[in-house]
Write a protein that binds this ligand. Structure first.
Ligand code: NAP
Length: 336
């Protein structure tokens, strides 16, 4: 059985996902494309040699009879509209993060999905599919390091463009930690604070970089996340869990160790696309398999909502300098 997929938004990640669904993954083919720039779609059809109908209107793609499932990989502010339309059409939808740009927007999707009576949404949080994070979670859950007490994390990019803003450190960057750490600890956040160390001279003058986000969870775990998006040396994701009886660290990506010129060294990745390349494959294969089996198992609309509630609080904390409480409503039974 093959799942016929329509893709809305054929920019950087959309193109990667179209390649995956067409050439790498099993049981899927891309049959329809839409982008605000039609020429993007035409180029992809040519480059990948796929047979896909190009739609000038995203809603026509969503409602096209040949489209069984939808990938939303357009600009963030468009996600809510397209996901709601997919739910209305009764079609499964994989939506890149953010599910919506506000917590209320995510809640609108949660309510629509519950009203539809069937899980249809998977959010593009890929870190829970990463082998390293899965191994780390297994160590926590087998009790080897005791109950987690503190997490020390870092999200570092070599550089960012001038359009990257201080708030984007939360909405574009930290949002991955907000999702994966909640999943790792099976816990929710109760407060956030953001502090700003001395800024690097390599950042644009309008950007505060680095930043440190301090989170507290319902169980009292304290988390510090350094976000440093002009770190100059590489794309580097760190996560150390300090437990009652030991410490567990996220494994480093595989890299050959060399001894040469009086140095012992391993390379550090620079391209974010490569750091989680396998996780993207696994998450999308999971989406395809879930749709075909009729049971969605990946990050849910509720997970998208929870990340956005925390992100909104972190942005408020950035702007105020205060410790901002995070209040999560009880998870609806629909998402248990
Ligand atoms: P991008 O390169 O700008 O691609 C987005 C594409 O969507 C562009 O071609 C854009 O056209 C198009 N678009 C904008 N509005 C549209 C509309 N109303 N209808 C149809 N197409 C529309 O951005 P990207 O880097 O691929 O990111 C896309 C989404 O994926 C973002 O939400 C981002 O946060 C997320 N993302 C997730 C990850 C991850 O690790 N999970 C990584 C990268 C990106 P214009 O260029 O003309 O606006």
């Amino acid at each position: 059985m093959t799942l016929n997929i329509g893709v809305i938004g054929t920019g950087a990640i959309g193109r990667e996902h179209i390649r995956r669904c067409s050439q790498v993954l099993q049981h899927s083919r891309v049959v329809a494309l839409n982008d605000i720039n039609r020429s993007n779609c035409e180029q992809i059809v040519k480059d990948l040699g796929i047979q896909a109908e190009i739609y000038d209107n995203a809603h026509d793609l969503i409602n096209a009879p040949e489209v069984q499932a939808i990938l939303v990989t357009s600009w963030g502010p468009t996600h809510e509209e397209f996901v709601l339309a997919a739910i209305k059409a009764g079609k499964a939808v994989f939506c890149e993060k953010p599910l919506a740009v506000t917590a209320q927007g995510c809640m609108n999707i949660v309510e629509a999905e519950i009203a539809a009576g069937k899980k249809l949404v998977q959010v593009g949080f890929m870190r829970p599919y990463d082998a390293g994070y899965r191994a780390l979670k297994a160590v926590i859950e087998n009790g080897e390091i005791g109950e987690p007490l503190m997490l020390h994390c870092a999200h570092r990019n070599p550089e960012v463009g001038d359009s990257y803003t201080t708030n984007m450190a939360i909405t574009d960057t930290l949002v991955h930690e907000l999702d994966v750490l909640r999943w790792l600890l099976k816990d929710d956040y109760v407060s956030a604070q953001v502090i700003y160390p001395r800024s690097t001279s390599k950042a644009a003058s309008h950007l505060k970089d680095p930043q440190i986000v301090l989170l507290e969870t319902a169980k009292g775990v304290r988390i510090d996340v350094e976000i440093f998006v002009n770190c100059a040396y590489g794309y580097d994701i760190q996560c150390e869990v300090v437990g009652e009886s030991g410490i567990a660290r996220l494994p480093e990506p595989m890299s050959v160790q060399t001894r040469s010129a009086a140095k012992l060294s391993t390379s550090i990745l620079t391209d974010w696309k490569k750091r989680f390349i396998d996780a993207y494959d696994v998450e999308l294969q999971d989406f395809i398999n879930s749709v075909l089996s009729g049971e969605m198992t990946g990050p849910s609309a509720w997970d998208g909502y929870a990340a956005q509630v925390a992100a909104d609080a972190c942005v408020a904390a950035q702007n105020s300098g205060d410790i901002v409480p995070i209040t999560m409503p009880a998870k609806p039974a629909f998402y248990e």
